[in-house]
Write a new protein. Structure first.
Length: 66
């Protein structure tokens, strides 16, 4: 994401065990970390109602060789 917005990639990182400790200490932090790192599912009709239109469908992606 940093490259896309034209910013340098940070040279630092946070070890996972620190994130795990923070999540155990405070339920609010756990909730926020789950939102940040977890999976989200959205109904396509709601996303399209916001104006998003995918350039490719899943069928198109399946035909493309990576």
């Amino acid at each position: 994401m940093s490259v896309i917005v034209g910013k340098p990639v940070p040279k630092w990182n946070v070890p996972k065990f620190i994130i795990d400790i923070a999540a155990k200490i405070n339920p609010k932090i756990k909730y926020k970390l789950d939102k940040l790192f977890g999976d989200e599912c959205y109904l396509s009709a709601k996303v399209e109602a916001l104006g998003f239109r995918a350039k490719k469908t899943l069928k198109d992606m399946n035909k493309t060789s990576f």
